[in-house]
Design a protein around this ligand. Sequence first.
Ligand code: ADP
Ligand code: MG
Length: 655
Amino acid sequence: MAKIHILDEHIANQIAAGEVVERPASVVKELVENSIDAGATRIEVHVEEGGLESIRITDNGSGIEPDDCGTAFYRHATSKIENSRDLFHITSLGFRGEALPSIAAVAKVELLTSHRDDGMGRRIRIEGGKLVVEEDTPAPRGTDIQVKELFFNTPARLKYMKTIQTELGHISDFMYRIALSHPEIAITLRHNENQLLKTLGNGDLLQVIAAIYGTQAAKAMLPVQAENLDFELSGYVSLPEWTRSNRNGVSTIINGRYIRNYGLNQAIQRAYHTLLPINRYPLAVLEVKMHPSLVDVNVHPAKLEVRFSKEQELYPFVEESIHKVLRQEVLIPQAVKQNIGGKNSSSFVQEQFHFPNRSAQGTSASESRAESAAAAERVQAAPDSGADREEGKARFDQAFAGSAPIQPPQSQRQAGAGMVKEERATGYRGYPEPQQRYTQSVNPELSRRLLESSADAHAEMPAFPELTLIGQHHGTYLIAQNDQGLYLIDQHAAHERVNYEFYYEKFGQPVDASQELLLPITLEFTPSEAAQLKDRLHWFEQVGVYLEHFGGQTFRVRSHPYWFPQGEEKELIEEMAEWVLGERMIDLAKLREKSSILCSCKASIKANQKLTEQEANTLLDRLGACRQPYTCPHGRPIVVSFSTYDLEKLFKRVM
Ligand code: ADP
Ligand code: MG
């Protein structure tokens, strides 16, 4: 008896489903892609319970002929390619003929479709891979497919599913990418009774961006348009000042297909070069069109990854095209820049409003006027923004002079803004004075070991050695010495540590320090982020931030602790929100620590800043008073030391 046999179709499909149908979002992806391939101009997606209960997709595409309905559910059944030559010229999203049979192997599927305009069509029902109903029935032109009880016959996969919110997050993320890749299709997404996305299908990408990321974001976008012999690039990238703390805002599309590609992401990031702060990412939606023979889409079961045959040409082309747009933008004077902090939309439905079409060459006279007016309004709204730089400098000087005034309450702060600079920015006030730090010197060897272990931030450390300042190197490192040897101190890391400990203590009683804002800060999120955030608002209260839902995608900060780093409040709360959204298990200690790190990064001096001798000494004093003066909050070393013996060895004075 032969031992090897060919598996029957049903098992083969279940195996394929393991790859193709990873989670509800994969079903949505496959079905919506089928609708797009069928030429639909309207696609409605309705999911229940994160898609695990039901996924229903209705389109007005070509429909399926009655006799093809059963065939469509066979493995490798497709209308999109015929021979292996076609495989290298793919113009459709699907072509593997795997989606329908895979889905039908792990769920209950009902298909209603018509390819004619006479109101008749066919219905079929498949359960666990078996055809249970097939009948002619009235149906409008197009396809309506419903997938129920996903993974009902694969309990192991079902168990692996995360929360409904997580599954919904994947679905909406995918739907956003589809909407961004196809602004010409009217797309709706509903979850249970809530509408999460609605686009108009009028081809205006900027309006889709507004529907997903909010109108403020859309106003901060610059158009990109470029082509060469092989590629045609189009889309939008955000102004360098409009950034996010993660890469999720970057969507790359090749010939109508949303893909993930490291090289393209890097090219986009490089185009911004030094224009972006560290760890900040742009918002970008970019499509490259190229001849289908230049891209291999048959490298990934879900076709999320592709290979380019001319990647050496593609990446520099993308980078340079974006860079050109950004460079031109930087040359436009500040006063005519768009009002990024302008009015908000409280609706997540794509609206019929008009964005001035920004041209990279310049702005029209009327636009400039409108923008100047908006800029003027902005200046009024933030009375001290003009004096920011001066104030920052004064704040810094005062901090390092060590003469810290006592923090007045909010009302007085409005009147005498100059008085509060110190505490907000550097946070030395209220920090215990250095104690017994001169009583014990630390062995450089020990300090080095401490540096290597990124020890718990709050474990007690041996006291910091007494040091005498020698100077500053390249505006970045302080050089100091004592009897034991030579020390290099990263001034930014040191400052971050000092600030971190200050803020960590402050976050211990944030609520008492929370002050009502005269002008509330508004923040916008994607519809699915907004839905999740609504359930997590109580976490913000724990750290003194009163955030309220303001309708649709918009939230409003009513109050926050007065000691938040000045001028950075909005970005800070945005980053806190991104953390809160991304974290599966939030606890107060982690939230307090994360918030302190974010505050300290924002408030700290950067490298390449010359310090006076007094400032440098103050910094060393404050560092010495820290509980953990050896590593910055990110775990990087603050101090590197060479013992006198090390130096002697280096110079071969001893052997
Ligand atoms: P593929 O998309 O790779 O061809 P699928 O299993 O997803 O494979 O679909 C099989 C076939 O069913 C498609 O080739 C197409 O002819 C037909 N089909 C599926 N969904 C639709 C739809 N929404 N509208 C029209 N035809 C469809
Ligand atoms: Mg398909």
